[in-house]
Design a protein around this ligand. Sequence first.
Ligand code: SF4
Length: 397
Amino acid sequence: MTRSAPDSCPGVLRLHQAADGPLARIRVPGGRLESAQLQVLADAARDLGNGNLELTSRGNIQVRQVRDASELALRLGAAGLLPSETHERVRNIVASPLSGRIGGFADVQGLAVGLDAGLLADPRLGDLPGRVLFTLDDGRGDVSTLHGDIGIHAIGDDEFALLLAGADTGLRVTAGEAVDVMLDAARGFLDLRGTGDTGQWRLHEIPGGVESVIEALDRSPAGAPLELGAAHDIPIGWLDQDNGLVTLGAGVPLGTLSARTTEFLAAIEQPVFVTPWRSLVIPDLAEGPAETVVRVLAPMGLIFDAASPWLQVSACAGRPGCAKSLTDVRADLTAAIESDRVLPENPDAPTEDALLPAEEVTVAGRQHWSGCDRRCGRPQGPVTDVVATEHGYRSNH
Ligand code: SF4
């Protein structure tokens, strides 16, 4: 596939002109935000945006209706959230959010920091398209399933499978080699993709691309390629860490976090991790503070109950943020949840297509609602599509 349009991924320095105003996307490598950064984001959302932060499917953060882009860049720069003007859009690094605290074969959080530093240190890697995704999976299989371009997947405490285009290559690296090999793979992708803004955006789009990058790495396969699983559980609720402390997993309805809730998160004075599943992970809490966090943040809308219907659903931006949308998808989906029309998974649910007005749509199990056929933000795996048409919503199982 040859692209005819430049990669238009937004950043902080290049805003997307959405239907409801300019939109900024802030990269959060490894999903980790310090409490001071959370406070800066809360203030920015309130002072310069629409009062909310949006969590993305890559664990990044968006501010909508940006009123003063220069001031936003200034504030984020001072908070360490915009460390480079040339590389800001290439820092798409997702790491297993529970890594080093609960389960997994290896701690990949430090590798995420090292990979980010390595990207920033190489001027040429600033030319990577903003769509390239790096995944660092500690072996539990949570982020490898995101089908990144370049990634590692732990198979022991010091052994990682190298993934390209979302699949295992059979190449194996140690923790000490992992960052350098991923950076070399990124350079190999740049060599292949062609020059300028119109080259391919993703490794899987280049015929023979994976094989060419493997050849450029000049390493011999050391194992049979792993079959990577397709499903995993989102970390939600009270999770006991291996060291006796507690991690809280909190779902964020439709990925929209208000400035006020963000301020309360900052007040916990612990790092918070943004996950690629529109949720948060708050680690390293003693039991008492963890109970307080749930008591305060659950009434503010964060989800600590793994059975919540909010965790089954996702939606595109819809109206008013997207000019293509036929309706306000998020309002329709919220109404469906509030009137108990989002049902638990049910293998016996009818599977025929239906065309229904918004107030009659009733769907069981994981579902993604979209304002048009493009189905932006649709998650991987088995999901029922609920798509707006001129004549109501159509649901496809
Ligand atoms: S799915 Fe359609 S309506 Fe929704 S954000 Fe994408 S283009 Fe807009």
